[in-house]
Design a protein around this ligand. Structure first.
Ligand SMILES: [Zn+2]
Length: 320
């Protein structure tokens, strides 16, 4: 029997699609509210509308980011503009990325390597593992969540046993282990993060993508099995990563992209190039591209028509 998630009324989750991370709105008191993660830039308008509805007249005082991928911080600037004309909301980022954000170092933030885009913003301060944050009238502990991202943090509320997991744990899996693609220890880090979640023993998890879920023990078991599978066959993880990166790019484009243009993106994106060089040094990049795209087409994760390739849910209109 699956139970309906029961979150405190001061914690509201705006569940978005896979391009744009979920946005958690916490009603901190009668006057102020915070947001954890702000979605992707191309969905910023919808995020602002959703947050406006949830605020119910409160002031947005803070935006907190679990990590700084384009689908988690893309609405930061738009939220600041929409709600802070006289007194802009504070933006809190993981400590390891404060400097890169405030220098707007697109390479340090990995946007250059992943070929992704977002709108620049300035952070007011940072938080780190071991810190406590007050959100929705409750105290949340920050925990390190390396694996998907070296600097990522999760937020845990020990009384209600709620975890805001970012991309460290989804109901069916977890985000690509980017540090692994770059020669770091993504598998070991992810294992430590899953063990940390095990110890915290949450009743409910608010993931970065997908609906809130319970039955966390089963979810963790599945995540461990997935991690074991990737660790035993690192090329499988790299193949998965290439598909995710290409699919994400298609979602980000939101329109049909001619195959040749898609190939240009693939061959010039440095994380793709590095992944190919590390795992398939003898294969031609063009061949790897065709295989990656064919896998998406076969799985129905992309469609091809006269105007090019697009996500099946985006209209296949002419490319701009
Ligand atoms: Zn992420």
């Amino acid at each position: 029997m699956t139970m309906q998630p029961s979150l405190p009324p001061s914690v509201q989750v705006l569940v978005h699609d896979w391009l744009s991370a979920n946005c958690v709105v916490t009603l901190d008191d009668d006057h102020e509210a915070s947001v954890v993660d702000s979605g992707h830039l191309v969905r910023a308008e919808a995020t602002v509308d959703g947050v406006r509805g949830a605020l119910a007249g409160r002031r947005l005082s803070r935006v907190v980011n679990t990590h700084l991928h384009s689908d988690h911080c893309g609405g930061n600037a738009a939220l600041q503009r929409a709600f802070g004309a006289d007194r802009p909301c504070a933006i809190l980022v993981p400590a390891g990325e404060l400097q890169a954000v405030n220098d707007w170092d697109e390479s340090g933030l990995s946007f250059v390597q992943t070929g992704q885009h977002t709108e620049a913003f300035r952070a007011s301060s940072s938080y780190a593992a071991g810190d406590e944050l007050r959100l929705g009238g409750l105290t949340w502990q920050a925990h390190a969540a390396p694996g998907h991202d070296d600097h990522a943090l999760m937020l845990f509320q020990p009384d209600a046993r709620i975890l805001i997991s970012g991309d460290a744990l989804w109901e069916y899996g977890f985000g690509v282990l980017f540090p692994e693609l770059l020669g770091g220890d993504g598998f070991g880090a992810q294992r430590r993060t899953l063990r940390c979640i095990e110890r915290l023993d949450p009743l409910w998890v608010i993931p970065g993508h997908g609906p809130v879920f319970g039955d966390v023990a089963s979810v963790l078991q599945r995540a461990h099995a997935r991690l074991d599978m990737f660790e035993a066959d690192t090329a499988r993880h790299a193949t998965h990563a290439l598909r995710v990166l290409l699919k994400f790019h298609l979602l980000e484009q939101g329109r049909a992209v001619p195959r040749q243009q898609l190939w240009r993106w693939f061959e010039t994106t440095s994380l793709v190039r590095d992944t190919l060089a590390r795992h398939w040094p003898r294969q031609s990049p063009r061949e790897a591209f065709e295989q990656t795209l064919d896998a998406l087409l076969r799985a129905g994760a992309a469609v091809e028509h006269e105007h090019g390739v697009s996500d099946p849910d985006t209209s296949g209109g002419a490319s701009g």
